[in-house]
Ligand binder design. Structure first.
Ligand code: HEC
Ligand code: HEC
Length: 287
């Protein structure tokens, strides 16, 4: 038969491709070292074997045509939150003030890969939470606002955006750049020592009164996050500031970061009323 050779060649090609794919898979899985990470608060220790997780968020314009508008809107909500989701915002912050570059930076509270690490158990709420519920949390606490409903355009766009910037990250992988570092538990934060740190280092951008300036957002007062926010935990604030502040040139010691965190923690800010239904004790005010 004339087509015999052709069929044979085709079959051989398929077999060779399968072997090649297996080889690639094999070396990806077993060729990387174990990378232990310590995380705080809302993040989870990966429960699958560490894979070679690569930081490479795709360009927003490359999102699939049927989702592109939602992805682009999601980015705008992250960076210009008041303009694009104003009805849910109760302060002067934008998501990007804490999740730099709309969460697409590695050097921030990164959201690249976040769609791969949810649902996860959260001790604060004492139940498993998905990405939508977690996002609602940041609206209610960090943005001192109200939670956009799951089927709102705002939440749909943010979800599409998180999903897209998590492209290529395996589900439940350990994503090393997600989460904040753990501060040394033996260090005791001292608000009095934090006062001069704030004046010398932070005030020139965030304002001597902490209420923000044209170049940096508020860190206390009515325009800031509320008492239930993750940032209102001394530990979380200290970890963030130690890693990322001053913006673009972080230079505090862990002691200074904890001291300035305690100093800012003592300042007034909007009160978080709590959410229902839930377990009132565990979700009340962040300690
Ligand atoms: C050179 C200016 C500059 C200095 C100095 C600086 N920051 Fe910031 N900080 C910023 C900017 C700008 C942002 C917002 C980043 C963005 O939107 O990309 C920010 C964001 C923050 C945030 C998160 C958003 C918010 O306002 O809650 C905190 C907290 C913060 N800074 C604390 C500090 C502390 C504490 C210090 C002093 C140790 C400090 N910063 C020093 C510029 C600065
Ligand atoms: C004042 C700072 C701040 C602002 C503003 C803020 N967040 Fe957050 N966000 C945090 C902190 C702190 C965490 C917890 C990080 C941790 O514990 O590892 C977090 C976590 C998250 C997470 C989960 C990340 C993870 O790794 O589990 C999502 C999703 C998120 N924020 C979305 C948003 C969105 C959307 C907005 C704007 C509507 C926003 N955030 C505004 C501080 C902020």
């Amino acid at each position: 038969m004339k087509h015999g050779k052709l069929y044979f060649a085709l079959a051989l090609t398929v077999i060779l491709l399968c072997i090649a794919a297996w080889l690639v898979f094999f070396f990806n899985v077993s060729g990387t070292a174990n990378r232990p990470i310590t995380l705080t608060g809302g993040s989870v220790q990966g429960i699958v074997k560490p894979l070679d997780v690569v930081f490479n968020p795709p360009a927003l314009e490359d999102a699939p045509a049927e989702n592109r508008d939602a992805v682009l809107l999601g980015f705008k909500i992250m960076t210009e939150t008041k303009k694009y989701a104003g009805e849910y915002v109760g302060n002067n912050l934008a998501c990007t003030n804490c999740h730099f570059e709309g969460g697409r930076s590695k050097d921030t509270i990164s959201l690249v890969g976040v769609a791969a690490v949810y649902p996860q158990y959260r001790s604060r709420s004492d139940f498993s939470t998905d990405l939508t519920l977690r996002t609602m949390d940041c609206f209610q606490r960090s943005m001192n606002g109200t939670a956009p409903p799951a089927d709102s355009e705002t939440m749909q766009a943010l979800t599409a955006y998180f999903q897209w910037i998590s492209k290529g990250i395996p589900i439940y992988a350990e994503v090393p750049w997600i989460g904040l570092p753990q501060m040394d538990k033996n260090l005791k934060p001292d608000a009095a020592k934090g006062d001069p740190v704030y004046k010398d280092v932070c005030a020139r951008c965030h304002g001597g009164d902490g209420l923000g300036t044209p170049i940096a957002p508020a860190v206390w007062g009515n325009g800031s996050y509320n008492s239930g926010a993750g940032m209102n935990r001394v530990e979380t604030f200290a970890a963030f500031v130690w890693r990322f502040m001053p913006k673009a040139s972080p230079n505090l010691t862990p002691e200074q970061a904890l001291d300035v965190a305690a100093f800012v923690h003592d300042k007034p800010r909007p009160h978080f009323p709590g959410t229902k239904p839930s377990k009132p004790k565990s979700i009340d005010e962040a300690k």
